[in-house]
Design a protein around this ligand. Structure first.
Ligand SMILES: [Zn+2]
Ligand SMILES: [Zn+2]
Length: 273
């Protein structure tokens, strides 16, 4: 199992011992992470054959991962889909009842449908009745593939040159960010593959607005967390300032430990991606 997954699971176990029990969302996340980590072990990523061609993609502003070349073992994918859906269905209090169409469609889904979703976010027709749930399920199912590819490709990214609003590996949008320990430089974290990339402090990662008067942040008392907001597009991104803590920070877990920040930002009328 990857070290970050082990660390997250250990951290959740510690939290459970300290608190007596975990909130339902974290219980769900722990179950999901367990099977995603298991699937990551099974996913095989081909060796990089032509680094120069990949660097050319970045130069052209294209993410490294060409989804037409991603290799997904469909029987493995379908089996994993069923396991992920069975975990979602244990938490109707969080997600509602899972429509039978979603479970059924996962069993029959084609490789083309998976690529269409990755490329354009377009869902197969069977999922149209519950699009938000389906987006969440799809991402949970595909995460082991995306993270595994990202791990093998991330070192090709020239962090000084990319600095775009989408992930340099998979083209996904950020859903978290951090200020690094060394210089307080800003990094965004991909919502799909967890890749981290350097980004300007004074630019909205959603709409590209660079007017200082439109960009602001809300901070907590310890200033460990910030929520960067943009008046141009009314969106926000959560941030942890790593200069303010000596603790080991697990970014994929921070997303879930900071739901209070989402509430505060949303109360002020801002929306997430
Ligand atoms: Zn990504
Ligand atoms: Zn904006």
């Amino acid at each position: 199992m990857a070290d970050v997954d082990k660390d997250i699971l250990a951290s959740l176990d510690t939290l459970e011992k300290e608190e007596g029990s975990l909130p339902r969302l974290l219980q769900f996340f722990r179950e999901l992470l367990n099977i995603q980590a298991g699937m990551k072990e099974k996913v095989r990523v081909p060796r990089i054959e032509n680094e120069e061609a990949l660097r050319q993609r970045l130069e052209q502003g294209l993410p490294l991962l060409d989804f037409n070349h991603i290799i997904i073992d469909m029987p493995l994918f379908q089996e994993h889909f069923a396991r992920v859906v069975s975990i979602y269905s244990k938490y109707p209090d969080l997600f509602g009842e899972i429509p039978a169409a979603v479970t059924e469609a996962g069993r029959l889904i084609s490789g083309e449908a998976v690529i269409a979703w990755l490329t354009s976010g377009e869902l197969p027709a069977a999922f149209s009745s519950s699009p938000a749930l389906a987006q969440s399920v799809f991402l949970a199912v595909l995460r082991p593939w995306l993270v595994k590819y990202a791990t093998s490709l991330a070192s090709l990214v020239d962090q000084d040159r990319w600095r775009r609003r989408v992930c340099p590996v998979c083209g996904g949008v950020p859903d978290f960010s951090f200020l690094d320990k060394e210089r307080g430089s800003r990094w965004l974290v991909c919502s799909r593959c967890d890749t981290e990339w350097a980004f300007q402090r004074l630019e909205c990662p959603w709409c590209g607005c660079q007017e200082p008067g439109q960009l602001a942040y809300l901070a907590d008392d310890q200033e460990l967390y910030r929520v960067y907001t943009c008046q141009c597009c009314r969106k926000y991104v959560k941030t942890i300032d790593l200069r303010k803590t000596e603790q080991k920070v697990l970014l994929p877990l921070e997303r879930l430990l900071t739901l209070d920040l989402d509430r505060q930002a949303q109360e002020k009328g801002f929306t997430a991606a």
